[in-house]
Design a protein around this ligand. Sequence first.
Ligand code: SF4
Length: 236
Amino acid sequence: MNVNGIMPASRPNLQKTISQLAKHYGNPEPPITTDPFELILWENVAYLVSDERRAEAFKMLRRHAGIKPHEILAASHDDILQATKLGGMHPEQRVSRLKEIALIAMNEFGGDLTQVLKLPLPKAKQALRKFPSIGEPSAEKILLFTRAHPVLGLDSNGLRVLLRLGFGEEKKNYTATYSTVQEAIKGQLKDDYDWLISTHILLRQHGKELCKTNAPLCEKCPVRKSCAYFTARVPT
Ligand code: SF4
């Protein structure tokens, strides 16, 4: 039984679904950075804000404090606060967190996270998870965007879209649900960084724009014909 409350007869073709999403939304812009440390800062500089607002906060951080571990450590509290204030609630807490991230990068990795990218996948994920707010999904996203490992890290939007389409099952906790979705899609992934990165971005965009948490806009959805959530609700 999946999140849609039904047993899907068959899963959609993921590659075809992604092509349909690309046609609908256009080819996505590349990630703002492919540097592992900067991707960790990106995750932590803002909280519950739009991507545009997060980008503003990140640019402000780059301008006023810097985005290298030694620069963050040397920056004043107020310089970092200028950026975190743009990034939503609890800006003071995020100043401390960015300092902590820089400290971990210096103490554990000599200020250079590129060495992490050379590790085998389990060890690379383990290393990235030493940083605040980096769990399995974020670690996978970083390893994907840095082109270190061809894994399809999913954010909560992407996970929700795939569940509704018919991949995986809702479990008692997020981690278990995430695993079932990863298991369900693994036979349908391309071993191709460009495709995987586009897929991550398109699924996220779809989850934010049409396949929203509450009241998804299925009537406007380009992939509704192959969606388990939609077809379970259409009268036959
Ligand atoms: S049909 Fe609805 S539930 Fe299915 S993917 Fe589209 S928006 Fe989401």
